[in-house]
Ligand binder design. Structure first.
Ligand code: FES
Length: 106
């Protein structure tokens, strides 16, 4: 298991445990992190799993693929340089200690 933290819109910090190899959206949603809705079920189409990467170990995150980048650009509320879709982040041991802020606007 890998421990990561989500910061909800009101500033609440939620530490969650994620299984290596699964998309990060699942443990966040299953833990009830507010704002991780995942309407499309992880298909990189809805942007309701949008988060900002606040802190992550060097090299822990692969660059977003084109479909993720397109969805962030066209569907996400307030996209930023550090925007990611949590459904497209595969949990690896390198993510230990990473911090994500849930994007607001939904
Ligand atoms: S769950 Fe829809 S884009 Fe991530």
């Amino acid at each position: 298991m890998v421990q990561v933290t989500f910061i909800e819109a009101d500033g609440t910090r939620r530490a969650i445990a994620a299984v290596v190899g699964e998309p990060l959206m699942y443990p966040a949603r299953n833990a009830g992190v507010r704002g991780i809705i995942a309407e499309c079920g992880g298909s990189a189409m809805c942007a309701t799993c949008h988060c900002y990467v606040i802190a992550a170990p060097e090299g822990a995150l692969a660059a977003p693929k084109q479909d993720e980048a397109d969805t962030v650009e066209f569907n996400a509320h307030e996209p930023r340089e550090n925007s990611r879709l949590t459904c497209q982040i595969v949990v690896t041991p390198a993510l230990e200690g990473a911090v994500f802020q849930v994007a607001t606007g939904r």
